[in-house]
Design a protein around this ligand. Structure first.
Ligand SMILES: Cc1ncc(COP(=O)(O)O)c(C=O)c1O
Ligand SMILES: N[C@@H](CCCC[NH3+])C(=O)O
Length: 417
């Protein structure tokens, strides 16, 4: 389902023209479709409905509380990696009992808050973290629910920066060491071992690595059963890819079909932590052309969005589709442009070698920018972070005001004389 489509030669989000959003809220700005977020979440919920399954949206993908709230209303759980993400979920009305706490460097203060509100499970990534969690739980007179994040040494066949399940990656516990560390966890008095967790990488466009991982984890469950450790839940992480250009990623329903066959007869609940596949195609980043700079060897369109607003092209050489909001021809005609921001870095580009018919003042939409877009934005070059807008039917709501210089400077001070 794509609710970003042209109507009257103008790109719309649901029923709202993106040119109207620009006029009302300025650029650069992120625009999300509520209906697309909902549809993408429901694709998972419906696909796995036949088996007890918790779908925990990975907050890091797009963490505005309006989005978390929309998903919470549908019954979503949440995968978090920091205290900040936990507070966002709580503020958005998410249920603590459906929260998974992932991440490999949890601090005591983060553990304490998560125990206080009663999260579903901690995904622990090292032996040392187990001791820290046991200590914090003991100080609070609580038992901490725990899964170990296991590194299954499976190649996710994705960009090396976003592959997480190989043994050379920093994530998780080597599957060969898992039984020994589970036994330690089982002995610690303030931990309640309940699950196995893994997450092998992001933007996977094939199912086989997930299925291989599942098989390895089932092997681990058998080994654990043999030493008397009963596992109640299996968290397979996130990672399902999306179409940015011409990828044909599997859908949640394809994934569910194969996995539910394998899980049949097993007494475990399932959990997933999808981020990108829910958020990416539910958002665009809107930017305006400031100037065209053309000469006989190169054409640049200098736009008001930059690497600080959307870092994926600079960081991973990610290709993102960039389309004009208006399909009206211009007097400039078609040219091939590099679309570059105002930041003082050669690597500051959102797209290269794009054939476009544009002129100064035109609006461009960077598609599939809903995931790892705003959440990875920074203030580099002391630029204010963009506004965020959610469209619901015919209405556009400002869900995060554009940052101001005052916001940026708050908290800084000069030394006394
Ligand atoms: C532990 C964990 N869970 C879930 C996700 C979400 O992954 P994706 O956005 O690829 O679905 C990530 C990020 O890759 C992650 O690190
Ligand atoms: N930030 C990455 C994905 C990282 C996933 C986080 N575990 C991207 O934009 O593709």
């Amino acid at each position: 389902m794509d609710l970003f489509a042209y109507s009257n030669q103008t790109l719309h989000a649901e029923g709202v023209a993106l040119s109207d959003v620009a006029e009302q809220f300025g650029t650069p700005c992120y625009i999300y479709s509520r209906a697309m977020f909902e549809r993408h979440y429901m694709d998972y919920a419906e696909a796995f409905a036949a088996h007890p399954t918790l779908i925990c949206y990975a907050v890091k993908a797009c963490s505005n509380i309006a989005i978390l709230n929309v998903l919470a209303r549908l019954g979503a759980g949440f995968d978090i990696v920091s205290l900040g993400e936990l507070e966002r979920v709580l503020k958005a009305g998410g249920e603590p009992s459906k929260v998974m706490f992932s991440g490999l460097g949890k601090q005591e203060v983060e553990m304490r808050r998560a125990l206080e509100v009663g999260i579903h499970c901690f995904n622990v990534e090292s032996e040392a973290e187990l001791y820290r969690l046991d200590k914090v739980a003991s100080e609070m007179g609580k038992k901490a629910p725990v899964s170990l994040r296991v590194n299954p040494d499976v190649d996710a066949k994705t960009h090396p920066y976003i592959s997480t399940g190989l043994k050379e990656n920093k994530f998780g516990i080597d599957i060969k060491e898992a039984v020994r560390i589970y036994q330690i966890a089982n002995e610690l008095p303030n931990l309640d071992v309940m699950g196995v967790d893994c997450h092998i990488g992001s933007q996977l466009t094939e199912l086989q690595p997930f299925l291989d991982t599942f098989d390895r984890l089932v092997g681990l469950l058998d080994e654990l059963a043999a030493v008397g450790i009963k596992i109640k839940h299996l968290d397979l992480g996130g990672g399902l890819g999306v179409r940015y250009r011409d990828e044909v990623p599997p859908k949640p329903a394809d994934y569910a079909k194969l996995l539910l066959e394998k899980v049949k007869g097993m007494d475990v609940t399932l959990a997933f932590e999808p981020g990108r596949s829910i958020a990416a195609n539910a958002g665009v980043m809107l930017t305006q052309v400031e100037f065209l700079k053309c000469n006989d060897h190169k054409n640049f369109a200098i736009i008001d969005g930059a690497m600080n607003d959307l870092i994926r092209p600079s960081l991973y050489s990610a290709w993102m589709d960039i389309v004009p909001v208006s399909q009206q021809p211009t007097s400039e005609g078609k040219r091939v442009y590099d679309l570059v921001g105002p930041v003082c870095e050669t690597g500051d580009f959102l797209g290269k070698d794009r054939e476009l018919d544009i002129q100064a003042g035109d609006l461009l939409a960077v598609r599939s920018a809903g995931a790892y877009g705003f959440t990875m934005a920074s203030n580099y070059n002391s630029r204010n972070r963009a506004a965020e807008v959610m469209v619901d039917g015919d209405t556009a709501y400002l869900i995060r005001a554009r940052e101001t210089i005052e916001h940026q400077l708050a908290g800084e001070q000069v030394l006394p004389d």
